[in-house]
Write a protein that binds this ligand. Sequence first.
Ligand code: ZN
Length: 264
Amino acid sequence: MQRRTLIKLLTIGGAGIGGAGAIGVGGRSFAAAIASENHAEWGYVGAKDSTHWGDLSAEYQACKVGQQQSPVNLQKAIKAEPSPLQIAYHDIPLRVLNNGHTIQINAAPGNQITLNGSVYELTQFHFHHPSEHHLVSKTYPMELHLVHKDSTGALAVLGIFLQAGRENDVLKPIWAAMPSKKQPEKVVTGAKVSIARLLPKGREAYEYFGSLTTPPCSEIVNWVVFHDPIEVSQSQIDQFKQIFSLNARPIQPLSHRFILDAQS
Ligand SMILES: [Zn+2]
């Protein structure tokens, strides 16, 4: 059995067989869900915080009724075969924006990963403070999400924890350019981002099937969260924190899902 099929079967649980539960929200397509992403305002504190997302718009109902939501507490994982994850990244020009919820860097075409036989193209990466996933109930100061999409619209997101330590050179040009207020993409002339250098040395990772961690919370994400964190300086953490003091969704129930621990 293909690993991807195995993960799907492991995640479906009592929710019914087939991909229908994994693609779309209440029967709508992923494209429709994404297109509506900005229709209703949402946030992390106050009346529009994550406990209310499912009530803010019909398009966000998966945030409330979904059974395969993210993030989760990564624990009690099932040991699995070495992950067939392949990563082919190259340096990209720096295109950075503040979408009001995070700092996002849009990727140039040609950065791909292959996960369980499917090829996914990197579309963007962004940051959360504090970490969204928990590692055996432990949180990290920040978490990086590298978002990839395949030809069917399914997503694969690589999650990387950030811990306080040495200053991170790769983040320097991003941090120097990141807008403190909501602002469309700007291209930073001459700046390059070495995405490959954002990956941790160890490739051991947790894999599970889940959702976007922001509205519309679509359950379309193959999550791969690395065990090993990367380092950023406390000053870099503080600088991000000044813009986003909290942009992490609380952990969600694992329900019928299983987490694979891919030793590689
Ligand atoms: Zn994210």
